[in-house]
Design a protein around this ligand. Structure first.
Ligand SMILES: O=P(O)(O)O[C@H]1[C@H](O)[C@@H](O)[C@H](O)[C@@H](O)[C@@H]1O
Ligand code: MG
Length: 267
């Protein structure tokens, strides 16, 4: 079918939802087959774990986008330098959880973001194990399985059973006496947890644009904010660092205001 002209971004997003379901089914089925979960050697595999299933899902998405939206680009490594409508895909976000079938395999997702002129227009993140489809279109809200998402209203430190971490890099970057810390993987789903109001902050360094592009718009459309790890600047999705939060405390508040869900794998 040819590209729709009335609202091309919407039809691309609808297509992304359908492809994400298919991709999710593919990944779930692959969990039963050892070879499909095992890391394969790639040029970048020393730093970026890739399985045969990542590659199969990537091919599925690329082929389906190319046949339905021939003018769109599909990339994993650029936000979008020019106007060109670009899909930024992460076939499996959370490949480590998927590959090692650790407890918490639910923490992987199929993610697609769509950028035009360096602006993310929509994002789709599908957690197949939970059958949760997170979607957001810029200016039109964020949803999980069609239900609107809203970030947590929390502004003060929340009671939590988890101990404050001793991780100095985390303290240095956020300068917060944090109280609860989780680091279970899948950047996209951690950001969706912020959007859904389950946690107040997600932070990571060493992250890639394809890990965060889709969920970035889900966070902002749920009322959240994105900023860099200095806490000062706007986020640059190519910068490999990100903070996604329910709000941005003023410097005076920042000594006691959040309960972060933190991931700090790469410092
Ligand atoms: O599973 P991938 O797509 O490699 O994404 C992971 C990323 O590479 C890591 O840096 C993060 O810590 C994970 O949360 C991502 O899910
Ligand atoms: Mg990823």
């Amino acid at each position: 079918m040819a590209e729709q002209s009335h609202d091309p971004w919407q039809s691309a997003m609808d297509h992304a939802v359908a492809v994400a379901r298919k991709a999710g089914e593919m990944v779930r089925a692959a969990l039963q087959v050892q070879d499909k979960c095992s890391p394969v050697q790639t040029k970048t595999s020393a730093v970026d774990l890739v399985t045969e299933t990542d590659q199969e899902v990537e091919r599925l998405i690329i082929q389906s986008v190319k046949s339905k939206f021939p003018s769109h680009s599909v990339v994993r490594r650029a936000l979008c330098a020019h106007y060109c409508p670009t899909w930024i895909i992460d076939p499996i976000d959370g490949t480590t959880n998927f590959s090692f079938v650790v407890e918490g395999t639910r923490l992987w997702a199929c993610a697609s973001g769509f950028a035009v002129n360096q602006q993310v227009e929509w994002g789709v993140v599908y957690s197949a194990i939970e059958d949760k489809m997170y979607t957001a279109r810029r200016g039109r809200g964020a949803f999980c399985n069609g239900r609107p998402l809203q970030v947590s209203p929390q502004t003060g430190q929340r009671e939590s059973p988890y101990r404050c971490p001793t991780d100095s890099s985390l303290r240095k970057v956020l300068s917060l006496p944090v109280h609860g810390v989780r680091g279970a993987g899948s950047a996209a789903l951690n950001m969706c947890a912020v959007a859904a109001g389950f946690v107040e902050v997600y932070y990571e360094t060493g992250i890639h644009v394809w890990d965060v592009a889709a969920a970035s718009v889900i966070v902002t459309e749920a009322g959240g904010v994105l900023f860099d790890t200095t806490g000062e600047g706007a986020v640059d999705l190519m910068s490999r660092t990100i903070v996604a939060a329910n709000n941005k405390p003023s410097p005076r508040e920042s000594s006691s205001s959040w309960t972060p869900a933190v991931q700090d794998n790469n410092i």
